[in-house]
Design a protein around this ligand. Sequence first.
Ligand SMILES: C[S@@+](CC[C@H](N)C(=O)[O-])C[C@H]1O[C@@H](n2cnc3c(N)ncnc32)[C@H](O)[C@@H]1O
Length: 241
Amino acid sequence: MFEPGGPTFFELAEQALSSTRKGYDLLAPKFDKTPFRTPDEILAPVAEWIGDFDRAVDLCCGTGAAMAALRPYALEGITGVDVSEGMLAVAAGNLREAAGTAPVRLIEHDVLTWDGGEAYDLAVSFGAFGHILKQEEPAFFDTVYKALRPGGRFVFVTGRNPGPVHPGWWAARAFNAAIHARNLVISPPFHMYYLTFMWPEIGDKLTARGFDVRLHEGLFEGRLERVLLVEAVKPDGVRGE
Ligand SMILES: C[S@@+](CC[C@H](N)C(=O)[O-])C[C@H]1O[C@@H](n2cnc3c(N)ncnc32)[C@H](O)[C@@H]1O
């Protein structure tokens, strides 16, 4: 499951017994050797599909994988926001070596309360939706909406909700139940759940928040062919809210 040099079982257990933020601080030095880092075979086609942009923000940027993929297309700059100091420290090192010349900025902040001030024409987020609780989704959507300029777009990948006919759905529900049980008996909580931000539910929620939502299929092939790309555009001529 992990590359050589990745975390040991005990290190992962220690992470899972910490808060979400502290857990990532602990995992940060070895995070890039885990399957939790979004792979370049997803990030590279998405970055190419997006093409040139002025300013982007990567919400929950982690060690900067998506920022590195997007940087060659950035005309003005790219910002990463993450709550984990440890992950941002690794991102800073990774981005020093990343292709492209656009300025990079890293901000330590909870994305649920971050105000991007309508400064960005592109927002992305990868591999982090499992950390956003259902009751936190409106705050996350607000962050995206407020970060984008009118006409700006939020781009991310997801999958179709498999529903209870699929064994994977039951496995994911069992995992989620185990995390809920863990959080009942262990404090601080560690939040990571599967089957969040799935299509079509996420499209309906973003539409309700005021985005124009478009689904793009067929960007990936082979074992990734079920991955969907979602583009949620903040309507032009709309400010604030
Ligand atoms: C699985 S990692 C994904 C990192 C990176 N986006 C990637 O795809 O490789 C999840 C990241 O989300 C961050 N995170 C979780 N909850 C957050 C929050 N509320 N605000 C900011 N960052 C958060 C964690 O610190 C971690 O770096």
